[in-house]
Design a protein around this ligand. Structure first.
Ligand SMILES: Cc1ncc(COP(=O)(O)O)c(C=O)c1O
Length: 449
């Protein structure tokens, strides 16, 4: 037991209580061990019996010690044992690790060299130093003003439309925002999702207990006729670059879908995932930017452009939907931590974000060339939609096994396209090639062999 400090401002009984409590927690005193009698301890520590009595009373009140009549005081808390048991239980693997896949399927695997760690560290430090206790204040429901302004500026520069910052709502990932959107638009709506498409969507709609319809794609993307036929109220699409086929929706199809949306209070949810990484031509304009009816909702994420672990995404709402959002959902606390929001705001507004995208594009332009060369080597392979994003499709009926084996060695993920269809059938011989995690050196080795 530590010595008591008779000159301390802390009362002696409190010091004694803390000493015994710490000995119990660290396992120095174990369950069932008898404590010295009050008188004996008072004599040993040169303090009064009342002081010991007060310390023991506090230990009894907090459940560390029990008093047995005419027998004395005993430790009843097995803190040390609990710690040991816990350490045993959690030794080695993260519990249930085999059941819990890393989330963010489809997102790229950023190499450590890509992420500007030093800039991020500096910005985070400056946020903490400059903001001080203001950092501890909750931010607005839709996100910190600085971040929403920074995103608005970025959208204007990079995606060519002006969105007032207050109508940009941030959230912890696009999938979180999908959940919010269902609450915003209503559970009575029928949602239309692309088939094939992003595999999380049907799960999210299903778990929210809302009706959704799979809408087939043709070479131009989601079929507008099927939207009428299936009586859809909100079409969930990715016109700039469809995941996973890579289809870019042509203007004629966008117009058809807009005509469909303008009737009867329908909505278009425009998921702009992956639009930043285009390899040729100009960025494909958004539907949101040219929508004068307020029927389009724009969504994007930093998962692809910074890292899937960042978990920050945003959606842009029309004036009417923003009003509804404030009324119905404005009570929610923002799901993105304030520290990260302020750091990201500076990262964007000080120009680092766009520089980072350019650097990432430069690297992936090189990787993409190598991957295209590699895939072209397999007899019968036909590549399509390779002009944007970090994935494309390939038809490789004859040479699939060799292609899959080589690509796997190089960190290139090959998935049958059928996996992205609702019935997991069809598209035989077609594969999605995802090169977000490709290792350049290994590809070069195979190409050179
Ligand atoms: C269409 C689409 N949207 C969004 C995401 C991921 O968004 P987040 O990481 O922000 O949830 C993906 C990931 O594959 C995607 O395919």
């Amino acid at each position: 037991m530590r010595a008591l400090d008779k000159n301390s401002a802390k009362p002696l009984y409190e010091q004694l209580y803390e000493n015994i409590r710490d000995d119990i927690l660290s396992g120095k005193m174990s369950e069932g061990e008898k404590l010295p009698s009050k008188r004996a301890l008072a004599e040993q520590q040169q303090i009064s019996v009342v002081t010991v009595e007060n310390a023991y009373s506090q230990l009894i009140a907090e459940g560390y010690v029990r008093a047995a009549e005419r027998s004395g005081y005993y430790v009843q808390y097995s803190g040390g044992a609990v710690e040991t048991q816990y350490a045993e239980l959690t030794r080695g693997e993260f519990p249930n690790s085999e059941k819990e896949e890393p989330s963010g399927e489809g997102a790229f695997e950023p190499s450590a060299g890509d992420f500007p760690f030093s800039v991020w560290t500096r910005l985070m430090r400056s946020v903490i130093l400059e903001k001080g206790t203001a950092l501890l204040q909750p931010v607005r429901s839709g996100g910190a003003e600085e971040l929403r302004r920074a995103i608005s500026g970025y959208l204007y520069r990079a995606r060519g439309f002006y969105q007032p910052p207050e109508r940009i709502i941030t959230g912890a990932g696009t999938e979180y925002l999908y959940n919010l959107l269902i609450q915003l638009l209503g559970r009575d709506k029928v949602y239309g999702i692309e088939d094939p498409g992003y595999e999380k969507l049907p799960k999210i709609y299903e778990l929210n207990g809302v009706r959704f319809e799979y809408i087939p794609l043709d070479g131009s993307g989601m079929s507008a006729d099927a939207l009428y036929e299936k009586r859809v109220d909100a079409a969930h699409i990715s016109p700039a670059h469809h995941y996973p086929t890579g289809i870019v929706m042509p203007i004629s199809r966008r117009r058809e879908i807009m005509r469909w949306a303008e009737g009867c209070g329908r909505y278009v949810i425009e998921d702009d995932y992956d639009s930043e990484l285009r390899w040729s031509g100009k960025p494909v304009p958004t539907m949101f930017g040219s929508d004068a009816t307020g029927r389009v909702i724009y969504m994007n994420t930093f998962s692809q452009t910074i890292a899937p672990s960042v978990r920050i995404s945003y959606m842009c709402l029309s004036e009417e939907l923003y009003g509804l959002w404030r009324e119905k959902l404005g009570f929610y606390a923002c799901s993105v931590p304030a520290f990260e929001q302020y750091t990201l705001a500076r990262f964007i507004s000080e120009g680092y974000f766009e520089r980072h995208i350019n650097r990432t594009k430069k690297r992936f332009r090189r990787v993409r060339e190598l991957v295209l060369q590699l895939i072209s080597r397999y007899p019968g392979s036909v590549i399509s939609e390779e002009n944007a994003g970090l994935h494309f499709t390939v038809e490789a009926v004859e040479s699939a096994p060799q292609m899959i084996a080589d690509c796997t060695k190089c960190g290139i993920k090959i998935t049958p396209l059928s996996q992205y269809y609702s019935d997991k059938k069809g598209a035989e011989g077609l594969f999605v090639v995802n090169y977000g995690g490709a290792v350049e050196q290994r590809i070069s080795e195979i190409l050179g062999a």
